[in-house]
Design a protein around this ligand. Structure first.
Ligand SMILES: Cc1cc2nc3c(=O)[nH]c(=O)nc-3n(C[C@H](O)[C@H](O)[C@H](O)COP(=O)(O)OP(=O)(O)OC[C@H]3O[C@@H](n4cnc5c(N)ncnc54)[C@H](O)[C@@H]3O)c2cc1C
Length: 379
């Protein structure tokens, strides 16, 4: 007798949503994770009474009403609205680029004045390219200058992008930036989605709710069971790295990663906002996150005497580091396709989630995908 219908490797959002659906359908599931906690990358650590996003700031946003209702049926979400601010040489600019940004940058007060300024700067960039005999932007710098002009590019895009990619904008392909939307309204809400927020009490409550009643084991690596998982379960749901599953037989898939430097400050309010981007090249980090602002608003910010702040450093990934962002270049896409073909031949194994599909997924999209997988399993 097999003990489980599903062995689920990985207690991140994909594994937890799938397990939730399987359990509702009366299936027996075991969820394992090699980390010492559940939740995968949305896991939060409590520090000084504050939920600290251990694997990077996570802001839930979606246009999918069904996904929004699904997560809110597990735990209620607050209305955190993401309004990041950019700091360039001590000057603070609202993001995304909007009338507040343009007013700060040029003193303009109306959409017409802002458009005139942007068009003037775009025309200068185009004229410079024409003088150089260039028809198409040859790199990211030329592309950005054509789309928004010099001031926005130099103050808000150049340094940040160079830190993110670890390369000069003139050495990056124009294709990285296809559009740079500008908003001609005084609206600092970063996301266009109608629904956004943070689970009240933190993301761990979402995962605990999803996995309520499901058997889980942490600190267990699939490698320990790999040879004999079929003795324990009918099917495997694998959300770990696909190249690792196949013992890297074709080589390593590559990632970009982020290093976090987290510090507790003996003050209730360090920067007055959850997210501040540092857009000048000379400051080595890209963003500073002050975690309490995701869940404490107005005078609540002063309800804890300390605050926790993380500086983010964009870093080249090496095997052994946390894999964060897949690298969508030709080498890695071709390598993933080779692994994908092997995966299609594995009987009774479902590969899902960001690592097994080698794909950047926002949280709502990974939930959608896990729900779809559950449906395909007729759960
Ligand atoms: C820095 C960063 C910031 C992000 N911010 C946002 C955001 O603001 N908004 C948003 O919507 N999305 C955001 N995301 C995306 C979000 O993190 C993902 O959508 C989500 O975490 C994916 O869930 P998952 O289950 O696929 O993967 P994971 O959460 O990575 O879960 C996979 C789990 O599998 C476990 N595992 C792997 N291999 C094994 C093994 N061999 N044995 C046992 N266990 C194993 C891992 O330990 C891990 O816990 C962000 C991502 C990153 C990298």
């Amino acid at each position: 007798m097999k003990r489980y219908d599903y062995l689920i490797v990985g207690a991140g959002l994909f594994g937890a949503v799938f397990a939730h659906e399987a359990q509702k359908a009366g299936k027996r599931c075991l969820v394992i994770d090699r980390r010492p906690h559940l939740g995968g990358n949305i896991y939060c650590e409590q520090v000084e009474g504050i939920n600290v996003h251990r694997y990077g700031a996570h802001i839930f946003h979606t246009a999918n009403k069904r996904v929004w209702e699904y997560v809110n049926s597990i735990v209620e979400f607050n209305r955190y609205t993401n309004c990041p601010v950019a700091c360039y040489k001590g000057e603070m600019y609202n993001l995304p680029f909007n009338m507040n940004t343009f007013n700060r940058m040029w003193g303009v007060r109306t959409p017409a004045e802002a458009v005139a300024k942007i068009e003037e700067q775009k025309a200068e960039a185009n004229a410079r390219m024409e003088a150089d005999g260039v028809n198409e932007p040859r790199n990211l710098e030329e592309q950005a200058l054509m789309l928004v002009g010099k001031d926005i590019y130099e103050r808000l895009i150049k340094g940040y992008t160079e830190k993110q990619w670890g390369r000069d904008c003139r050495d990056l392909p124009a294709s990285i930036i296809r559009r740079l939307p500008v908003r001609l309204v005084f609206d600092n809400n970063y996301f266009n989605d109608p629904y956004q927020g943070i689970p009240i009490g933190g993301y761990n409550r979402l995962i605990e709710g999803l996995l309520d009643g499901v058997e889980t084991r942490i600190g267990v690596d699939f490698a320990e069971l790999k040879g004999n998982w079929r003795d324990k379960a009918d099917k495997l749901v694998y959300t770990g790295p696909i190249d690792e599953y196949f013992d890297y037989c074709y080589g390593n898939l590559q990632y970009r990663t982020v290093r976090f430097e987290t510090e507790v400050f003996d003050m209730p309010n360090y920067q007055g906002n959850a997210v501040i981007n540092y857009t000048e090249r000379d400051i080595p980090y890209t963003r500073v996150i002050e975690h309490k602002h995701f869940e404490m608003f107005g005078s609540e910010v002063y309800s804890t005497p300390k605050t926790v702040v993380s500086r983010e450093y964009s870093t080249e990934w090496k095997p052994g580091m946390e894999p964060y962002y897949p690298v969508n270049d030709d080498r890695n896409s071709a390598l993933y396709q080779q692994y994908r073909l092997l995966a299609e031949q594995e009987p009774n194994v479902i590969f899902g989630g960001r690592l097994a599909e080698y794909k950047y997924y926002d949280m709502d999209k990974v939930i959608e995908q896990a729900l779809l997988t559950a449906k395909e399993e007729q759960l």
